[in-house]
Design a protein around this ligand. Structure first.
Ligand code: SF4
Length: 401
């Protein structure tokens, strides 16, 4: 029987490497790196965070997508949603003839047009268990690019479910990764999950644990963020905390402490270890990017911050949140957002793009830059070039700061 499940690529790095470099590398970013991540041009200083852009999981997923096209040139190739949250990268895959299947709750509907001879790429976030089972039953070829850091979260959630703990997931219940992670809790009989998006939602759960909220209230509020059989009284008696890998680290830790305190108050210190577990499952790439931007902000001296990444990219949103608390920050998805005299951006918490005039202060200015884990270097380079162009400069003017 021929192999139909691939998880480690096809060993075609040497073939696709030059295409990937041509598509996603940037001479401008290389130059900024050579200059120690800080450069001057005219009266502008640009500082680039030490860690930014493509992470190991995204690198690998994008490479496997290109390898898949090489390996199966004559087959139809489908992608289960976006491979990563970056419009440029997804657009290039579409240009290569890969069909992106839109999200749908019902796997049968989502994969209706996929046949047994077709190839389906699974994204770095992973897919829910029911989708995986459905795809396996179709007999199509599966190229699974699920990131190892996501698989680690799944392992923890499995362990919680096996041990009778409900997985409380700090994540967005509608995000692909969190949907896939939550589904792992249901692979054990009696497994349950509850997703909390932020501290406000965690506070509601804590109120219930302390006996200050009715079960019906909790059930209603989290109807879309918990499994259908979730019973608050029964299922919040033992909880295990996990995170979507790309959340804001500081918030995840705060939520962990909030829930720990509520469980301690409700059940007492002696019971705590038997009823509450927490595993930090923020991935190291997310952590490194958040740490790097915090360090850059702590060094001070910046007038404005530009955060580059898809608007639906969770880790880019987290970077924008960190920066917005300290200085004027613009989350943009690429160089198209920079117009003469104005910037198009999405503010933290907003769902639509806004346009801001006079965003770049006149005269000497220091601009900070970072990019989410799904943003390729070529997009970062294009943004740098466009910012310089706003002052009549180009990247050849970059010198040591
Ligand atoms: S952000 Fe983290 S979990 Fe997501 S693909 Fe990158 S390394 Fe993997």
């Amino acid at each position: 029987m021929s192999q139909t499940y691939f998880q480690k690529g096809f060993g075609l790095r040497s073939t696709v490497g030059p295409v990937l470099a041509e598509s996603y590398d940037s001479r401008v970013v290389d130059r900024l790196r050579e200059l120690g991540h800080a450069a001057r041009a005219g009266d502008m200083v640009l500082k680039l965070a030490r860690e930014f852009g493509f992470c190991y999981g995204v690198d690998r997923a994008v490479e496997y997508a290109y390898e898949t096209k090489q390996k199966f040139p004559d087959r139809r190739i489908f992608l289960s949603g976006e491979i990563i949250h970056n419009p440029e990268v997804n657009g290039r895959l579409v240009d290569m003839g890969i069909v992106i299947l839109p999200p749908a709750d019902d796997p049968v509907a989502r994969y209706r047009e996929v046949g047994s001879g077709d190839v389906v790429l699974l994204p770095a976030f992973g897919v829910p268990v029911t989708e995986m089972q459905h795809l396996r039953s179709k007999g199509c070829v599966l190229v699974d690019t699920t990131c190892g850091s996501v698989l680690t979260v799944w392992k923890n959630v499995h362990k919680y479910a096996r041990d009778g703990f409900t997985a409380v997931i700090h994540g967005k219940h509608y995000h692909e990764e969190t949907k896939a992670t939550a589904s792992q809790a249901l692979t054990h009989a009696g497994g349950h999950y509850l997703c909390v998006r932020d501290k406000a939602e965690a506070a509601i759960v804590c109120e219930f644990i302390r006996g200050l909220r009715a079960p019906d209230d909790l059930r209603q509020r989290f109807a879309h963020a918990a499994d259908p059989g979730f019973e608050p009284e029964r299922d919040l008696a033992h909880i295990g905390l996990a995170n979507q890998t790309t959340m804001l680290m500081t918030e995840s830790l705060e939520i962990q402490e909030m829930l720990r305190a509520a469980m301690r108050e409700r059940h007492g210190e002696a019971e705590l270890a038997k009823r509450f577990q927490a595993m930090d499952t923020i991935c190291s790439a997310t952590q490194d990017r958040q740490d790097a931007v915090l360090k850059m902000l702590a060094e001070g001296g910046l007038d404005v911050m530009v955060v580059i990444g898809g608007y639906n990219s969770s880790n880019t949103q987290a970077l924008a949140r960190i920066c917005t608390e300290r200085l004027p920050t613009y989350h943009i998805d690429g160089a198209r957002c920079l117009e003469p005299g104005a910037i198009r951006h999405q503010a933290v918490g907003a769902h639509e793009e806004a346009r801001q005039e006079a965003w770049l202060p006149a005269g000497p200015v220091r601009v900070g830059l970072t990019a989410g884990a799904s943003t390729p270097n070529n997009v970062v380079g294009e943004v740098v070039a466009r910012i310089l162009a706003l002052r009549g400069l180009d990247p050849t003017a970059l010198t040591s700061a």
